[in-house]
Design a protein around this ligand. Structure first.
Ligand code: ATP
Ligand code: BTN
Length: 252
């Protein structure tokens, strides 16, 4: 990555070689940041996913990007945010001519059965007061052979999808621009402005899936998302919605 080649008209970009986690870097500095400021790193030593899971990030040649945003109306304003971010990432890729990437609820980017990118939204703040949000995106660009041994699931990268080199500076610029504009839209419209766009990229629409609720597994047919961004599932229990904090979606 080259700071000079990353377009960023309306905010700062902190570009690092090595960092524990780009999310942590921003969370440690929230008092000095403006909405839209970003951190990018070549490598992370402690990249993390949701629920304490690991995001494997020792390889330069990928995209580890976090953006700071201040939520004037507090943490409640972030509901549905990560779904909107998924849409924005797919649209950023499309703006570069990269098609064929879809969404797996709540907020993973997949190509077919393989995970391409993940999103982690973290927050600091007291309920009812303005809050600080950091959203992180890890996207596999070109991981190389070692990754097969390091990542414990089916994954893919942009190099496999496009068959040629993806310019990471261009990719970072597009992601940053889409996130900044999209988060402003989210501030005004909430998830409403993103629902039909999310459904457009939904990889599991009308497909048979299992959802895991702790030890319980419910089988059914995925029916998109409701206005709050909860997963809709048609099962023997009828049409019900499930929140992302409580369940995992798995293809059958
Ligand atoms: P869900 O429970 O919603 O299905 P998930 O299983 O995808 O979510 P997350 O917390 O969203 O879990 O993502 C973390 C997981 O992503 C890790 O447990 C690991 O399996 C996988 N992973 C880690 N690093 C990478 C990577 N570089 N590329 C693809 N997948 C990765
Ligand atoms: C997930 O799928 O669970 C989310 C993975 C998010 C990974 C990104 S990489 C940049 C940012 N820094 C982190 O430590 N995590 C996010």
């Amino acid at each position: 990555l080259d700071a000079e080649a990353i377009e960023s008209d309306t905010g700062r970009v902190f570009l690092l070689d090595d960092v524990s986690s780009t999310n942590t870097y921003l969370l440690d500095r929230v008092g000095q940041l403006n909405s839209g400021d970003c951190c990018l790193a070549e490598r992370q030593t402690q990249g993390r996913g949701r629920r304490g899971r690991q995001w494997v990030s020792p390889y330069a040649g990928s995209l580890y990007l976090s953006m700071y945003w201040r939520l004037e109306h507090g943490v409640a304003q972030s509901a549905g945010m990560s779904l909107a971010v998924g849409v924005l990432l797919v649209e950023a890729l499309e703006s570069l001519g990269i098609v064929g990437v879809g969404l797996k609820w709540p907020n993973d980017l997949y190509v077919g059965q393989n995970k391409l990118a993940g999103i982690l939204v973290e927050m600091r703040g007291q309920f009812g007061e303005p809050a600080d949000m950091v959203l992180g995106c890890g996207m596999n660009v070109s991981l190389g052979a070692q990754a097969a041994a390091d990542i414990d699931r089916a994954w893919t990268d942009l190099a496999s999808l496009c068959g040629d080199d993806v310019d990471r500076n261009q990719l970072a610029s597009a992601v940053i621009a889409h996130l900044r504009a999209g988060l402003r839209q989210f501030e005004e419209e909430g998830l409403q402005g993103f629902l039909s766009r999310w459904q457009k990229y939904d990889l599991f629409w009308n497909r048979d899936v299992n959802i895991h609720l702790g030890e319980r597994v419910i089988s059914g047919r995925a029916a998109g998302i409701d206005e709050q961004g909860a997963l809709l599932l048609e099962s023997s229990e009828g049409l019900k919605s499930y929140n992302s904090g409580e369940v995992s979606l798995r293809p059958v």
